[in-house]
Design a protein around this ligand. Structure first.
Ligand SMILES: C[S@@+](CC[C@H](N)C(=O)[O-])C[C@H]1O[C@@H](n2cnc3c(N)ncnc32)[C@H](O)[C@@H]1O
Length: 334
């Protein structure tokens, strides 16, 4: 059983302050019976996340050169990327910071290596993930967003979200909120928004002017059939050097995703798994899978936990949150 002293100690250790009131202590005493529940609760709190960001503020005013930063982190401190990273906790959305960082860094890697193409996401919500990918956009490339926005009656996941306590935020979703996030964090992106179920979107619509997609995030409907529809759209429109990011691949709330993904990779696809990052699987064609694996080891060396874990007929590297994002932010000039 946890005691009042345990709560005070956990606050000091994890939040670096005393509890604000007796009510705050009671809050945890009522919810948690065991120390690990208390610790996990605080670690998962908004305040802990924001605190991590605050502690990643640089303490030194010595400005490392961009070259030094790139050499250490494999990521260029481009202003739009850094602005989005610093503000991640303030953007409403369903993406974990380490996955957001790794994905946006890979999109930047593509742009820096002149892998040209559009960036697309099915299931954008407020645009938290897409805005970060879109910070890498170059002239002539488009950012394509597909979502139901206000038409949540067509969302086959609503029942599941309702049980998980997430229905109200989803029902409050508007295309305007999304557009505002995109213009704030990816001001240079040429945005094409398709407000419709992905079941009624064609591959041609995702390739305006015939240009293929270099980074495709699949994060829309979470049933087996809707997810498979979206994955096929991704495969059909992907550039030869493209990346597909599959969300919720190992999320027990949505086992339709892993069911469909294993069936898909057991089949004849030329896509290959590259890496599991937190709550996502990154995939690429065989020709580029090793290039991205190598790039990832530069971008997130602290987060690499295992190499070559088994998945379907292939293997993928496993990344956890090794706080590469915070190390990167700390290294930047104020
Ligand atoms: C998990 S949220 C996406 C989170 C988002 N990627 C982020 O960065 O926070 C899922 C989104 O998929 C959308 N969605 C669900 N079913 C869809 C469908 N059939 N077609 C298009 N969008 C869909 C929902 O409206 C919701 O915004």
């Amino acid at each position: 059983m946890i005691t009042k002293q345990d709560v005070v100690a956990a606050y000091q250790l994890l939040l670096r302050r005393a509890p604000e009131s007796e009510e705050a202590i009671d809050h945890w005493l009522e919810r948690c019976a065991y120390p690990d529940e208390l610790v996990n609760g605080i670690l998962g709190s908004k305040e802990f996340e924001v605190g991590l960001y605050n502690r990643s503020t640089p303490t030194s005013s010595i400005r490392p050169s961009d070259e030094e930063i790139v050499a250490r982190f494999g990521v260029y401190p481009e202003p739009d990327l850094v602005h989005w990273l610093r503000n991640l906790p303030a953007i409403e959305g369903m993406v974990l910071p380490s996955s957001a960082y790794i994905s946006a860094a890979l999109a930047q890697f593509q742009a820096r290596n002149d892998y040209r193409g559009n960036i697309a996401e099915i299931g954008v919500y407020h645009g938290k993930y897409l805005a970060g990918l879109a910070t890498s956009i170059r002239p002539g490339e488009k950012v394509i967003a597909v979502d139901l926005f206000e038409d949540q009656d067509q969302n086959e996941d609503v029942g599941g979200y309702s049980e998980a306590g997430f229905e109200a935020p989803l029902r409050a979703l508007t295309q305007d909120v999304f557009a505002e996030v995109m213009s704030t964090y990816a001001p240079h992106a040429e945005l094409l928004t398709i407000k419709r179920s992905s079941l009624n979107v064609t591959a041609d619509e995702l390739m305006p002017d015939g240009q293929r997609v270099r980074f495709f995030s699949v994060d829309g409907g979470h049933t087996h059939d809707v997810f498979l529809n979206d994955l096929r759209l991704a495969e059909t429109t992907l550039a030869p050097y493209g990346i597909v990011s599959i969300d919720d691949i190992l999320n027990p709330d949505w086992p339709g995703i892993i069911t469909a993904a294993v069936r898909y990779f057991d089949g004849t696809t030329k896509l290959r798994p590259v890496a599991f990052i937190e709550n996502k699987l990154l995939c690429a064609y065989e020709s580029h899978a090793d290039i991205y694996r190598t790039a990832l080891r530069n971008i997130a060396p602290r987060s690499l936990r295992r190499r070559d874990v088994e998945f379907s007929n292939y293997t993928a590297d496993e990344y956890v949150d090794g706080f590469d994002l915070y190390a990167f932010l700390r290294s930047l000039p104020l």
